[in-house]
Write a protein that binds this ligand. Structure first.
Ligand code: HSE
Length: 298
């Protein structure tokens, strides 16, 4: 039996649109066993929603690795134990893709390198930020131009508060509302923000996260998807958040802090004042990704 754990991920961290991702201490686990046919069991988040057929995302990714090495999987049983909420900007689809790719690579005796797995994952997901952090863990920075490259940054020694509203945002929809062009001033401001974000992480000057997580590339357009968005950011900062942003394409809002309880309360209250139920989770940045969270059992 093969077991792979994949961390949740928060993409963008504000200014690093489609570039920066961070792994979090919330996990989906996939167990793969031999079987006569395809069997998929889902326990936990999404158990009523996730397909148990051949179009299951874990299985599609698993199949891709076999295809790449010109093989076909025999019958297989997947047991998926999911902690990552679906369609909330916490990388649930990336986790499924990475789980399938890594599990297949283990089954086949590691024919693909980590870079090749990343390439397949990006092709399946469409953007690299969540899949890179899910595979490698930590904070990842990716570019696709002139070629796909990924580097890893140190994780901050801070708590992460996730305010997860009870409504979904589909990434495909949240990408449709982005403009084709952005004002030059906004691009310039974001370049400075990303530089501050990377400096904050490298030098542990976490007070720089406030500037570093400010964004003018995607959040201004997506803010309408989350009622009270800018008010929540402001109240979280006042309650002790060092940096706060939309997690991925939402609907979750992510805050870095040393006073998790106060920040969580402040965020929940603003959501409530807009008539929205939101649960809050406190997590930690997670340094190991799926490639290091593999277990083999007889
Ligand atoms: N970078 C992607 C986006 C992440 O913001 O659309 C989606 O989770």
């Amino acid at each position: 039996m093969i077991k792979v754990r994949v961390p949740a991920t928060s993409a963008n961290l504000g200014s690093g649109f489609d570039t920066i991702g961070m792994a979090l201490s919330i996990f989906n686990e996939v167990c793969v066993e031999e079987s006569k046919r395809l069997e998929i069991e889902v326990i936990g988040e999404g158990e009523d929603k996730i397909s148990k057929d051949e179009d299951n995302l874990v299985y599609c990714a698993f199949y891709k690795v076999f295809e790449k090495v010109k093989k076909k999987p025999e019958g297989v049983k997947f047991t998926l134990k999911n902690e990552i909420p679906l369609a909330r900007g916490l990388g649930s689809s990336s986790a499924a893709i990475v789980a399938g790719l890594v599990a297949a690579n283990v089954c086949l005796g590691f024919p693909l390198s980590p870079e090749e797995l990343l390439k397949l994952a990006v092709a399946l997901e469409g953007h690299p930020d969540n899949v890179a952090a899910a595979l490698f863990g930590g904070v990842t920075i990716c570019t696709q131009h002139p070629e796909l490259r990924c580097v890893k940054l140190p994780i901050p020694d801070l708590d992460v508060v996730l305010a997860i509203p009870d409504f979904e945002v589909k990434t495909s929809e949240a990408r449709k509302i982005l403009p084709k062009k952005i004002p030059f001033e906004d691009a310039k401001t974001n370049i400075a923000s990303v530089a501050f974000l990377v400096t904050a992480l490298f030098t542990e000057q976490y007070e720089l996260l406030r500037i570093g997580m400010q964004d003018r590339v995607h959040q201004p357009y997506r803010s309408k998807l989350v009622p009270g968005f800018y008010e929540i950011l402001e109240c979280a900062r006042q309650a002790g958040a060092l940096g706060v942003a939309l997690s991925g394409s939402g609907s979750t809002i992510i805050a870095f802090t040393r006073s998790a309880r106060t920040v969580a309360q402040a965020m929940e209250e603003i959501f409530k004042s807009y008539g929205i139920n939101a649960r809050t989770l406190t997590a930690r940045p997670q340094d190991r990704g799926a490639l290091e969270l593999i277990e083999l059992q007889e």
